[in-house]
Design a binder for this molecule. Structure first.
Ligand code: HDD
Length: 716
């Protein structure tokens, strides 16, 4: 690549005197953009061939142009993250709603309206860097706040609970989940023997498994996901008073999931589905937003909750401690370079600012070691904080020096403390009261390698999650367990899982066990190591906040496919276009071929996608306008028929107008039966168009009509 102009200008400005050399550099900065140089700035005369002894002879070792190019290329890959390897990011800001000075002295949480720049990375937990986006997985949500007091990282996930209680088990969990070591399969999937072997022997994973098998693991969009800080952290105010705090990120677009069949098909149709969705929505100015919420528990009142706040397999039901919204996160700028920003960004739950502190959660405590260690290994040394994406925006000053890839140019003689040489008077940092003060926790305990008995309740919150799900969500959980376990080859592992599930809910266990040809036996689980009978205090029987089923939410950025063929009647289409535009919904015209189709009134309608590339899984809803010839042609087109059937099976809103109803009839779909909820039929008369469009908008607000029954009979 040619030297970029700003770089060359910076270099040219660095010389003080306007020497001849200076002038020469300035003129270089105006060189044409297509001038190619080596990394030393030497112009490359020909980038198509190496230096050879004769046109048909061997390549010469002296060809430094070739060697430089290949040497750099050979080192272009860095180790991928050991977990959460696949992801993508965006820039934005966090805006505080109201001062939290009562609870924390963190500077970025004091002033209502203050905006703090952020960088956010979304990721999948299990897959490698090149895996597909829509696999069933826990998702990561890591936020770097560039505050005036230093960088603060909140490194969370799509579930408020984790699989294990102690960091000692993290490598075991990840080894069991990742592709099996002998053959390197399967990619980005928990549906295999080693994962279920491990979790079946670790009942503490049961609650997180319920989340992983639920719709939460199949997001329609990262922009439509709820995320959590998982652990209890501490807010510390200016007087040193401590509150436990749990963080929640609530998406403004609501929480929506894909159907399992759809997620699998999307992994093939568009493995980049989620990152493309994020990128395109920001590029179009639809900036995703989340509210940051906190659950606060006064330190002295934590015991009365009956939930051990140090146990990362437990949540606090929102009905017990409400979530208070404290600010909003807006993502409004795509990265400019994927590697420099998304790959090199280094998060660490240990990046704290004064006013926020850790709890003694043993999973969190282990993370405090692991992240820095992982960054040093992955980014090749101790100076990764100097990479632009990791650099704090506030100034920093210390006496760390040297090391691989040192970028900054620390000046002067002094790199130690205390000293008098730096500015002539003594500079000393002694236990003052400024800066980060660790919360003064009183400790007087024996050194033990033992868990608290309060960590022993492995099932009551798994049951709470199950009880809180709607009927369709429960069906999806059952199907997910069945699907995963049917792929497990060792019967004894399957048996252990269903036995464990019997302690969550007898009906759940029975339904999962049926197609596996097994009978769940709670007593068998009870006899195994790791099992504890202990059940904690039941705070609530069911928590509606844990269900996503009844969510009705804004339509912004949803995508509607309009299926057309020659002879389509576009009177109604125009009304729908207007109505949906008000909700910022995107309509795409899908036909048998690209180019244009003729409408019934002889106009030309521009086509956006043809059936070769457009699949129903890429859309949220389907609209089939009227027009006799058009409807007949679509009904005779296998791809169009499949499109509608598949959308029906994935419970998406479908609206057919006028003769378009023929398409539905030929598929055996009767819009008048209750099982066809979300399927709308309009006569196409001018008076009915506006109400029909509004009805369609209402159906889309529900996102999916999961209650559609007998879907197994639908071929798609
Ligand atoms: Fe972790 C990456 C989230 C437990 C060790 N983790 C990583 C990322 C996220 C999480 C979102 C990706 C950050 C990015 O986008 O760059 N991790 C979690 C959550 C956990 C959790 C929510 C439980 C509540 N993690 C956890 C434990 C350990 C680690 C217990 C080790 C003791 N995590 C790592 C790591 C990674 C990482 C190995 C991989 C690469 C990296 O950090 O930068 O250090």
């Amino acid at each position: 690549m040619a030297q970029s102009k700003p770089d060359a200008q910076r270099r040219s400005r660095s010389g003080d005197a306007a020497t001849a050399k200076h002038k020469q550099l300035e003129s270089f900065s105006q060189a044409p953009e297509n001038l190619l140089t080596t990394t030393q700035g030497v112009v490359v005369p020909d980038n198509h061939g190496s230096l050879r002894a004769g046109a048909r002879g061997p390549t010469l070792l002296e060809d430094f142009l070739l060697r430089e190019k290949l040497t750099h290329f050979d080192r272009e890959r860095i180790p991928e993250r050991v977990v959460n390897a696949r992801g993508a990011s965006a820039h934005g800001h966090f805006e505080l709603y109201r001062s939290l000075g009562q609870y924390t002295k963190a500077d970025f949480l004091q002033e209502a309206g203050l905006r703090t720049p952020v960088f956010v990375r979304f990721s999948g937990f299990s897959g490698e860097r090149g895996s597909a986006d829509t696999v069933r997985d826990l998702r990561g949500f890591a936020v770097k706040f560039y505050t005036r007091e230093g960088n603060y990282d909140l490194v969370g996930a799509s579930a408020p609970v984790f699989f294990i209680q102690d960091a000692m088990k993290f490598p075991d969990l990840v080894h069991a989940l990742k592709p099996e070591p002998h053959h390197g399969m399967p990619q980005a999937s928990s549906a295999h023997d080693t994962f279920w072997d491990f979790v079946s022997l670790m009942p503490e994973s049961t609650h997180a498994l319920m989340w992983l098998m639920s719709d939460r693991a199949l997001p329609r969009s990262w922009r439509m996901m709820e995320f959590f800080g998982v652990h209890s952290f501490r807010f510390i105010n200016a007087h040193g008073a401590s509150h436990f705090v749990k963080f929640h990120w609530k998406p403004k677009l609501g929480r929506h999931a894909l159907a399992w069949d759809e997620a699998q098909k999307l992994a093939g149709r568009d493995p980049d589905f989620l990152r493309r969705d994020l990128w395109e929505s920001i590029a179009r100015g639809h900036c995703p937003e989340w509210e940051l919420g906190v659950q606060l528990v006064e330190e002295g009142k934590a015991d009365a909750l009956g939930i051990d706040l140090l146990d990362p397999t437990k949540l606090i039901p929102e009905e017990v401690v409400p979530v208070q919204a404290i600010g909003k996160l807006v993502l409004n700028r795509n990265p400019e370079n994927f590697f420099a920003e998304s790959e090199q960004v280094a998060f660490n739950p240990g990046h704290l600012v004064p006013g926020i502190d850790f709890s003694n959660d043993p999973l969190l405590q282990g993370r405090l070691f692991s992240y820095l260690d992982a960054q040093v290994a992955r980014l090749g040394g101790a100076n990764f904080h100097e990479l632009p994406i990791n650099r704090s925006l506030c100034p920093f000053h210390n006496h760390q020096r040297d090391g691989l890839h040192r970028i900054g140019l620390p000046k002067g003689q002094v790199s130690y403390e205390p000293n008098t040489l730096a500015n002539g008077s003594e500079f000393r940092v002694d236990g003052g009261h400024q800066g980060f003060q660790s919360h003064e926790d009183v400790m007087d305990a024996s050194k033990v390698r033992r868990r608290s008995v309060s960590f022993d309740d492995h099932y009551s919150q798994a049951t709470l999650f199950w009880n809180s799900q709607g009927p369709a969500e429960k069906d999806h959980i059952v199907c997910a367990f069945q699907n995963e376990l049917a792929r497990v080859e060792t019967p004894a592992i399957r048996q252990r899982v269903v036995d464990n599930l019997a302690h969550v809910d007898a009906r759940l266990a029975r339904k999962v066990a049926e197609p596996l040809g097994m009978v769940a036996d709670a007593k068998a689980a009870a006899g195994r190591a790791g099992f504890r009978e202990h059940r904690g205090k039941v705070t609530v029987e069911s928590s509606p906040a844990l269900s996503m089923e009844s969510a009705v939410s804004p339509l912004v950025t949803r995508r509607v496919a309009v299926l057309v063929d020659s002879g389509v009647e576009i009177g109604a289409l125009k009304i729908f276009q207007q109505a949906l535009a008000e909700h910022q919904v995107t309509l795409k015209i899908v036909a048998g071929h690209l180019g244009v189709v003729s409408t019934s009134s002889g106009q030309q309608l521009q086509v956006d996608h043809c059936f070769l590339t457009a699949s129903s899984v890429l859309f949220d809803a389907v609209l089939v306008p009227g027009g006799a010839a058009h409807a007949q042609a679509l009904a005779a087109n296998g791809r169009a028929v499949h499109f509608v059937l598949e959308a029906y099976r994935h419970c998406k809103p479908i609206c057919v107008i006028g003769e378009g109803v023929e398409l539905l009839r030929s598929l055996g779909i009767d819009a008048d039966t209750p099982s066809a909820e979300g399927v709308l039929v309009g006569k196409g008369d001018p008076a009915g168009r506006v109400p029909l469009a509004q009805e369609f908008i209402g159906a889309m607000a529900r996102h999916r009509h999961w209650t559609r029954s007998r879907l197994d009979t639908v071929m798609a």
